[in-house]
Design a binder for this molecule. Structure first.
Ligand code: UFG
Length: 347
C-alpha cells in the first residue's frame, strides 16, 4: 500500500509543488491548509497536473488541536511535511505575538498529535535565515546559527530545536518521532506547466515575484535594495533554488525517513544550488531569458538584509542523493510563464 504523507500548508507555494512531486513519486497525500495566505488556485493546479481529483483536502488551522487530531484519526499518516506558518519577516517584527503563536503552536500540535498516534516521521521547513550573516561562506549544516534578527527567523530556530528535542525524547520509545529540517535558501520559479507558482498577497516582499509583477505591469518599477555592498556588482548575493528542485528534495527526505535510511533521528540539510547569484545578475538574467526590459532603479539598502549567503550542498547531495538541476535561466523563464498564466487564470 502507498505510504501516506500529510502536507500542512499544502495549498501554498512550496506545499503545492511538494504535493505534485510526492504524488508523482507514488505517495498518497493529504493536504491541510487554513487558506490564510492563498486561494484554491494552486490546489486546483495540483489536481490538473497530477490528474488526481480526489486528493483529500482539509481546510483546517493546525493551531486547532482537535482538527489536527482528526487528520491523524482519519488517516494512517506515515510522514508529515509541515509548511503551515507565517513567513513575512517585516510583519513578524511588527506582530511578534501573532508569529510566535501561529508558528509554534501549529508545530507543537502536529508533534503532540503525531506522538499520541504512535509516532511519525516529521519534516520541518526551515530556512537559511537561521545562519544570519555568516562569517564563512558557503555555509554548511555545521555553521553555527546566529541569533535571529526577526521573530519569523526565531520561530524557524525554535521549531528546529523543538523537533530535535522531541526526537531525542522519543527515541527508543513506542512513539518514535524522526525529524528532518530542510534549510531552504531562496526558493524561486514555478512548475513547468505554469499551473502552480508563487501567489503573493498584496505587494510582494520577495525579489522574483516583484520582478514578474513589474514585467507584467502590476508594479511600476523594481527597487533594487542597495548597490554599495562589498560584492562584485554591489548587490547582495543569494542562492536561488528552483521550487521544483526544492520539492524533489522533500521527496528524497521523506523517503529517507520512511525507508529507515536515516543516520540520526534528527537530521538537517541545506537545500540550495551552492551557487551565489547577485540581485543585479538575477535581474539581468530575467531580462535576457525572457526578452524583457525591466524598469528598475537602485535604492537604499533594505534593513535586515544579509550581504551574502549561499549553501554548501554536499551533505544533501550525498545523503539525500539529491541535487539542484534546473538552471537559473529555466527557473526565471518558468516564473515569467507562471505570471503570464496567472493573469489568464484570474481573469
Ligand atoms: N530585493 C530587492 N528588491 C525587492 C525585493 C528583494 O532588491 O523588491 C533583494 C533583497 O534586498 C535581497 C534579495 O533581493 O538582497 C533577495 O530578497 P528576498 O526578499 O527575495 O529574499 P531574502 O533573501 O530576503 O529572504 C530570504 C527568505 C526568507 C528569509 C529571509 C531572511 O525568502 O524566508 O531570507 O533574511 F526569512
Amino acid at each position: 500500500m502507498a505510504k501516506k504523507v500529510l502536507v500542512s500548508g499544502g495549498a501554498g507555494y512550496i506545499g503545492s509543488h511538494v504535493t505534485v512531486e510526492l504524488i508523482s513519486a507514488g505517495y498518497d497525500v493529504v493536504v491541510a491548509d487554513n487558506m490564510s495566505n492563498c486561494d484554491m488556485t494552486c490546489f486546483e493546479g495540483v489536481k490538473k497536473i497530477t490528474g488526481k481529483d480526489d486528493i483529500p483536502f482539509y481546510q483546517i488551522d493546525c493551531c486547532d488541536f482537535a482538527s489536527v487530531n482528526r487528520l491523524f484519526t482519519e488517516h494512517e499518516i506515515d510522514a508529515v511535511i509541515h509548511f503551515a506558518a507565517f513567513k513575512a519577516v517585516g510583519e513578524s517584527v511588527a506582530e511578534p505575538i501573532k508569529y510566535y503563536r501561529n508558528n509554534l503552536v501549529s508545530f507543537l500540535n502536529i508533534l503532540e498529535v503525531a506522538k499520541s498516534h504512535g509516532g511519525c516521521n516529521v519534516l520541518f521547513s526551515s530556512s537559511a535565515t537561521v545562519y544570519g550573516e555568516a562569517d564563512i561562506l558557503p555555509v554548511t549544516e555545521q555553521t553555527p546559527r546566529l541569533p535571529a534578527t526577526s521573530p519569523y527567523g526565531n520561530t524557524k530556530q525554535m521549531c528546529e530545536d523543538i523537533l530535535r528535542d522531541v526526537v531525542k525524547a522519543t527515541t527508543g520509545s513506542e512513539n518514535v518521532i524522526n525529524g528532518i529540517a530542510l534549510r531552504y535558501f531562496n526558493p524561486i520559479g514555478a512548475h513547468p506547466s505554469a499551473l502552480i507558482g508563487e501567489l503573493p498577497r498584496g505587494v510582494p516582499n520577495n525579489l522574483v515575484p516583484f520582478i514578474t509583477q513589474t514585467a507584467i505591469g502590476k508594479r511600476e518599477c523594481l527597487s533594487i535594495f542597495g548597490n554599495d555592498y562589498p560584492t562584485e556588482d554591489g548587490t547582495c548575493l543569494r542562492d536561488y533554488i528552483d521550487v521544483v528542485d526544492l520539492a524533489k528534495a522533500h521527496v528524497a527526505a521523506v523517503s529517507r525517513m520512511i525507508d529507515g535510511k536515516m543516520k540520526n533521528g534528527y537530521e538537517v540539510f541545506n537545500v540550495g544550488t551552492g551557487r551565489p547569484v547577485s540581485v543585479y545578475e538575477l535581474v539581468r538574467a530575467f531580462e535576457r531569458v525572457n526578452g524583457i526590459e525591466l524598469n528598475y532603479k537602485f535604492v537604499d539598502r533594505r534593513p535586515g538584509d544579509v550581504v551574502a549567503i549561499w549553501a554548501e550542498t554536499t551533505l544533501a547531495n550525498n545523503e539525500l542523493g539529491w541535487k539542484a538541476e534546473r538552471t537559473v535561466e529555466e527557473t526565471l523563464a518558468s516564473a515569467w510563464a507562471w505570471e503570464r498564466n496567472l493573469s489568464l487564470l484570474q481573469k
